[in-house]
Ligand binder design. Structure first.
Ligand code: HEC
Ligand code: HEC
Length: 304
C-alpha cells in the first residue's frame, strides 16, 4: 500500500481532481447555452419541444440563473477548500493540515491528561502497584487494548502465546523479569535439531526422554538413548534436570506445561524444526509508566 504515495499516484490524483473540476465547470457553461437576454430569472423563453395529451408540454429552457449561480458557488467552494486542505494528491496545502499532525496533537493532549495518572505509579515497586485496585483496573484496560490480541482476553494464552495467569514463566516471573519482558520484548531461539540428532530416529529418542521428564510413560530404551543426546546438546538452555533457563527463555520441560502443545507430535516438531517465539518490545510504544502498570497487573494474576 505504501506505493500509493509515490509520484505516479500523486500525479494521477492531481489530474483526476483538476479534470473533475474542469469537467463540471464546462458542463455548467454548456448548460447555459441558449440563454438569451430574455431568459434571465423567472422570465424564461418558452420553446416547446413536445406536446402530448393535448396540454402537457415539455420545454427546453436554459437552467434558471439562481441554479447556475449555485453551481458556480459550489465549484468555487471546492477550489478554495482544495487550496486550504489536503486532497490534491500528497501535496500539503495552504493550512498545512494533516491527519497525522491532528492525531499526534490529540495523543499529546491525552498524554498530558492521562500520563500523570500512570506516572504516579512509577515511584512504587511493581509489587505495591499490584495491590492498588485502581492501578489494576488501568492495567487490565491496557492489557485489553495492547496484549489481548496475542495472549487472549483473560491472559490465558493460546498455543504459541504463553499463558500469563499461571506460575510457569519462560523468562522469569519476578516483577523485574515481567517488566523487562514487556519493555524490551523477548526473542526465543530454539534451534532445529533434526540434523544434529542424526535424523528422525534421533529426534524420536530425545522426544521420548523429554516426555519422560514430565512423568509420561515412554519406551525406556528410547528414552535412555535420548538422555545421552539431551545431555550433549540441550542442557545449556534447558538445564541438566530439564527445568529450563530463564536467561535464555529455555522452557521448563518437566512441568507438563507446553507453549507449543504437549502431544508427542507437537514436542517432536518443536525439537526437529525448532521454535522462534517473539514477544514484541512495547517500551517505546507505551512508555515506561504504562508498562509499569501493565507489569503490575500481569504480576497480580499469579500472585494473589
Ligand atoms: C540455544 C538454546 C537452546 C538449546 C540448545 C535447546 N533449546 Fe529447546 N528451547 C529453547 C528456547 C528458547 C525455547 C522456547 C522457544 C519459544 O518460546 O519459542 C525452547 C523450546 C523447546 C521446546 C518446546 C517447549 C514448549 O513449551 O512447547 C522443546 C520440547 C525443547 N525446546 C526441547 C529441546 C531439546 C530436546 C533440545 C536439545 C536437543 C533443546 N531444546 C535445545 C532453547 C534451546
Ligand atoms: C504479537 C503478539 C504479542 C503481543 C501483542 C504481546 N505479546 Fe507477550 N508474548 C508473545 C509471545 C509469542 C511470547 C512468548 C515468547 C517466547 O516464545 O518466549 C510472549 C511473552 C510474554 C511474556 C513472558 C512470558 C514468560 O513466560 O516469561 C510476558 C510477561 C508478556 N508476553 C506480556 C505481554 C504484555 C503485558 C503485552 C501487552 C503489552 C504483550 N505481552 C503483548 C506475544 C505477544
Amino acid at each position: 500500500m505504501g506505493s500509493f504515495n509515490d509520484a505516479f499516484w500523486n500525479l494521477f490524483i492531481v489530474v483526476c481532481t483538476l479534470g473533475g473540476i474542469l469537467w463540471l465547470y464546462l458542463l455548467t457553461i454548456a448548460s447555459m447555452r441558449g440563454r438569451g437576454p430574455g431568459a434571465a430569472g423567472g422570465g424564461a423563453a418558452e420553446v416547446p419541444r413536445h406536446v402530448w395529451d393535448e396540454d402537457l408540454t415539455e420545454l427546453d429552457n436554459p437552467l434558471p440563473r439562481w441554479w447556475v449561480i449555485l453551481f458556480f458557488a459550489t465549484l468555487a467552494f471546492g477550489v478554495v477548500y482544495l487550496m486550504l486542505y489536503p486532497g490534491f494528491g500528497t501535496n500539503s496545502m495552504i493550512l498545512g493540515w494533516t491527519q497525522k499532525a491532528e492525531y499526534e496533537a490529540e495523543m499529546a493532549r491525552a498524554e498530558a491528561r492521562y500520563g500523570p495518572l500512570y506516572e504516579a505509579y512509577l515511584e512504587l515497586p511493581v509489587e505495591r502497584v499490584a495491590e492498588d485496585p485502581k492501578a489494576l483496573r488501568m492495567g487490565e484496560r491496557l492489557f485489553a487494548s495492547y496484549c489481548a490480541v496475542c495472549h487472549g482476553a483473560d491472559a490465558g494464552g493460546v498455543p504459541g502465546f504463553p499463558n500469563l495467569r499461571d506460575t510457569v514463566w519462560q523468562w522469569g516471573g519476578s516483577p523485574e523479569a515481567i517488566r523487562t519482558s514487556i519493555l524490551a520484548g523477548r526473542d526465543a531461539a530454539m534451534p532445529p535439531w533434526r540434523e544434529p540428532l542424526g535424523g528422525d530416529a534421533g529426534v524420536d529418542e530425545v522426544t521420548a526422554y523429554v516426555l519422560s521428564l514430565s512423568g509420561r510413560s515412554v519406551d525406556a530404551a528410547k528414552a535412555a538413548a535420548g538422555r545421552e543426546k539431551y545431555d550433549a546438546l540441550c542442557v545449556a538452555c534447558h538445564a541438566p534436570d530439564g527445568t529450563g533457563n530463564p536467561a535464555l527463555g529455555g522452557s521448563d520441560l518437566t512441568d507438563d506445561v507446553w507453549l507449543y502443545g504437549g502431544s508427542e507430535a507437537a514436542v517432536r516438531k518443536s525439537i526437529a524444526d525448532g521454535r522462534e517465539g517473539r514477544m514484541p518490545a512495547h517500551g517505546d510504544f507505551l512508555g515506561e509508566a504504562r508498562v509499569h502498570v501493565l507489569a503490575a497487573w500481569v504480576y497480580s494474576l499469579s500472585n494473589r
